[in-house]
Ligand binder design. Structure first.
Ligand code: FE2
Length: 288
């Protein structure tokens, strides 16, 4: 018989800034929650309205030892890295980047956003890599909106955009190194949704818009809802009068020591020192 998880904690993601002035809501790490194995960080970028010529982004910086997942809702972003990779993200697109052994990259507003201004809104999730994968070759899964399936329930009141994992019988197209669920859900007023999540996995939700009921708790805009592990499914409903939009994310904990220094996440201090040295000496490439 299905057992539903309870909610362990709810808090509102605090405001923050990063890059060269990007307005964020940082769900974690922060005072309320340091990390949630295997997840290291979740930022909502914006939503911010930028004037022509004023768009902000993330100038060159390195990464090693984990994955960054960028999901854009509005605006445009372009990325470029030290190994010659580059691309543009448009609304609905996902970039799943496995930094692995390391790279230096920039994540900047796209040309049209810089020229015309507009609204920037998106998310970046950091997922840790297990020891066996920390030094693999960097890999990009740039996935356009058209390739990301949207599943609907029987009466059409729930839409599930499946970025990774499986929802409503539909599987995402992205390969993950460990089991990950990443779904963008939209529930119409009165709708209910159940998602199976194995008991071993950590699960949380981020409310983008509207108000949701999660087990016996309610959460509104920018609420972070942490589920406990006492069940094999989570239940979400929309008690409000407006659509509810949220991210539902779950993953299998890695259970290894985490040594973290800014954009490097390894298993030990020695490996961190090696990462810093490799970056300084250009072994993660150089972004001109
Ligand atoms: Fe980055």
């Amino acid at each position: 018989m299905t057992e539903y998880r309870s909610v362990a904690r709810v808090f509102t993601a605090p405001e923050a800034h990063d890059g060269d002035g990007v307005e964020l809501r940082r769900a974690f790490p922060g005072n309320a929650l340091m990390d949630l194995d295997p997840f290291l960080l979740l930022d909502q970028m914006g939503p911010m309205d930028v004037a022509p010529g004023k768009a902000r982004g993330f100038p060159p910086h390195p990464h090693r030892g984990f994955e960054t997942v960028t999901y854009l809702l509005s605006g445009e972003m372009q990325h470029r890295d030290s190994w010659g990779n580059h691309g543009v993200l448009r609304p609905g697109d996902v970039q799943w980047m496995t930094a692995g052994s390391g790279l230096v990259h920039s994540e900047l507003p796209g040309e049209s956003l810089v020229r015309d201004g507009g609204r920037l809104h998106g998310f970046q999730l950091w997922i840790n890599l297990p020891r066996r994968d920390k030094m693999i070759r960097p890999r990009y899964q740039d996935t356009t909106a058209a390739r990301i399936p949207v599943a609907r329930n029987g009466d059409g009141t729930v839409a599930a955009k499946v970025i990774a994992g499986e929802a409503l019988g539909t599987k995402g197209v992205i390969d993950t190194r460990i089991p990950i669920l990443y779904v963008h859900l939209t529930l119409q007023p009165g709708a209910e949704y159940t998602q199976e999540v194995p008991r071993s996995e950590n699960a949380f939700a981020f409310v983008i818009e509207g108000e949701g009921r999660f087990a016996n708790t309610r959460a509104g805009q920018y609420g972070v809802v942490l589920f406990d592990r006492g069940g094999d499914a989570v239940r979400i409903s929309n008690p409000g009068k407006k659509p509810l939009s949220l991210l539902l994310i779950a993953g299998e904990p890695i259970g290894e020591p985490v040594a973290r220094y800014g954009p490097f996440v390894m298993n030990s201090r020695d490996e961190l020192q090696q990462a810093v040295a490799d970056f300084r000496e250009g072994r993660m490439g150089v972004l001109a």
